[in-house]
Ligand binder design. Structure first.
Ligand code: AMP
Ligand code: MG
Length: 348
């Protein structure tokens, strides 16, 4: 696969023209990476099976791992799904546009390839002006997983997309860094109560304020065996740097002590070590390369720096990346810990 990847650096002057060019590629069945508020997505016309197939090929994504369909209006939603429970409408009204994906019973217009052969489809309305205008201009819902090679850390900047997918996709709209930095919260709303399939940009606490009986249907470890898998994505390795990665969890002080110990032992053995680390821990310990996760109590800072930090440390020729897991687990912090646990080779 070697196609020319156009890079559209978008600004307020060329905005309309850039959206038109990108939308035309999508209408013709091409694939275009674009910014959303969560991470960069790799888009195709969700109703065109040939176009969607190109996404799977470009990413090397397993065919049974379904895509999220992005819409710009509620009218688009009702063309794609059968019935919508009342509590699901409440979630939509509260969090759309935003980082909440709802899994609903699909109509037949949605092709099998988009849903990994399931009778449900995952849908969200992104809170990003470029995404919304692109979907409107293309005149069709856009299927878009994260715009990275399958298994690698998600892309939070156009540079990450280019590093992974140049030569494999038709274009990327470059708008710099994204706002949130981790993917959407995925909620199955096909039953009587909502089931959270993936933590993400919307905190589980916030979903429970509206739908109090929401239950957790995900596991931070890799899930094996057919029964346990409610969302196909749970089976696959995710978010991983190429460098060996160790995650250290626990209370602040314990984490600082453990990381100091790991650094001392690693250095005795002549290793080059990187730290993805909170400000508080960084005041006690240092290593060869460091990237900040922000303050422990502000998980939204960790969400924004997580994937950029992993990619940067991965490029530094290190032997091991040690990650500080003392970030607060609440709100978006649950999504941060989930991504770190899935990415880690070892958890201490
Ligand atoms: P990504 O596109 O990489 O953000 O991943 C989308 C996530 O949503 C994956 O974990 C998918 O398995 C999950 N997903 C998408 N569609 C469905 C569906 N119909 N039912 C359950 N999970 C889904
Ligand atoms: Mg992804």
């Amino acid at each position: 696969m070697n196609i020319t990847t156009e890079v559209f650096r978008i600004d307020s002057i060329n905005f309309e023209e850039t959206i038109k060019k990108a939308a035309l590629i999508l209408k013709k069945g091409g694939i275009v990476a674009f910014p959303t508020e969560t991470v960069y997505g790799l888009g195709a016309d969700a109703l065109n099976p040939e176009a969607v197939r190109k996404i799977f090929r470009a990413k090397g994504r397993p065919a049974d791992n379904p895509l999220i369909v992005h819409i710009a209006s509620k009218e688009q939603l009702y063309k794609l799904v059968m019935e919508v429970p009342v509590y699901a409408t409440g979630l939509m009204d509260a969090f759309w546009p935003g980082p909440l994906t709802l899994v609903l019973k699909r109509k037949n217009v949605v092709p099998d390839i988009t849903t990994g052969g399931l009778d449900t489809v995952a849908i969200r309305m992104p809170d990003n002006h470029i995404s919304l205008e692109l979907i409107r201009e293309a005149g069709t819902p856009i299927a878009a997983p994260s715009a990275n090679v399958s298994g690698r850390p998600s892309p939070t900047d156009a540079e990450h997309v280019i590093a992974d997918l140049a030569g494999r996709i038709n274009a990327v709209i470059d708008d710099g860094s994204v706002k949130i930095g981790v993917e959407s919260t995925v909620v199955d709303v096909t039953g009587d109560i909502p089931v959270i399939l993936r933590p993400g940009g919307i905190g589980i606490e916030d979903i429970r304020k509206l739908a109090g009986d929401a239950v957790i249907g995900y596991n931070d470890r890799l899930v094996g065996g057919e029964e346990a898998v409610r969302s196909p994505g749970m089976k696959y390795t995710h978010y991983s740097p190429q460098t060996e990665m160790v995650l250290v969890e626990g209370k602040g002080g314990e984490v600082s002590d453990k990381i100091s110990e790991l650094v001392a032992t690693g250095h005795e053995n002549g290793m080059l070590l990187g730290l993805l680390i909170t400000e508080e821990t960084a005041s006690h310990v240092s290593a060869d390369e460091m990237y900040s996760l922000g303050e422990r109590d502000k998980p939204e800072q960790a969400a924004r720096s997580l994937f950029t930090g992993l990619r940067w440390l991965d490029s530094r020729g290190l032997d091991v990346i040690i990650v500080d897991g003392s970030v607060k687990h609440e709100g978006i912090g649950a999504a941060v810990l989930n991504r770190l646990r899935k990415a880690a080779d070892r958890i201490i």
